[in-house]
Ligand binder design. Structure first.
Ligand SMILES: O=c1ccn([C@H]2C[C@H](O)[C@@H](COP(=O)(O)OP(=O)(O)OP(=O)(O)O)O2)c(=O)[nH]1
Length: 151
């Protein structure tokens, strides 16, 4: 288990709004909560940046976090992310925000403290480019986009 520095910027987190936590032992993501002053009605097509009330510092360049939609909200209500996926850099120390997009056809109300997205911490490998004229041959070579047959 990695230990990561976190700041609870909104005093309601841990009081009236639960702090993000893994729902089960096997959960990959922590549900992020909408730290809104009042419920927000998202019209069809509307995108809004929602504060999560928390900041974290991953610190290790071998880590990043991704913000992903919640399956149920996306599938049933059309509530997904305006940036499709949010990427949190290991040196980012500001508040986490979730860009929420109503891609559905009906208004959707985001309640105070509602779980709007999930945060997954992932390993990252940083690379150094080594310029070459020719690659070491590989089995695939330059074939892509269906090159191996219809999928
Ligand atoms: O959904 C998101 C995506 C990003 N961030 C924060 C953390 C991330 O480290 C920072 C910058 O994100 P990104 O590099 O994707 O944004 P950018 O548009 O490229 O801006 P910048 O020039 O600040 O890098 O914004 C969020 O809070 N939520």
């Amino acid at each position: 288990m990695h230990h990561i520095e976190v700041k609870w910027l909104d005093p309601r987190l841990g009081d009236t709004i639960p702090r993000p936590d893994y729902a089960t032992e096997g959960s990959a993501g922590l549900d992020l909560r909408a730290c809104l002053a009042e419920p927000l009605v998202l019209a069809p097509g509307q995108t809004e940046l929602i504060p999560t009330g928390m900041a974290l510092h991953l610190a290790d360049p071998g880590l990043a976090a991704v913000i992903l939609p919640r399956s149920g909200l996306g599938h049933k209500h059309g509530i997904v992310l305006g940036n499709l996926v949010g990427l949190i850099d290991s040196d980012y120390q500001g508040q986490l925000f979730v860009s929420v997009w109503n891609r559905g056809s009906t208004p959707f109300t985001i309640e105070i403290g509602e779980r709007i997205a999930q945060l997954v911490v992932v390993p990252v490998v940083q690379v150094a480019f080594e310029t070459v004229e020719e690659f070491t041959p590989s089995h695939r070579g330059t074939g892509g986009f269906g090159h191996t047959g219809r999928s």
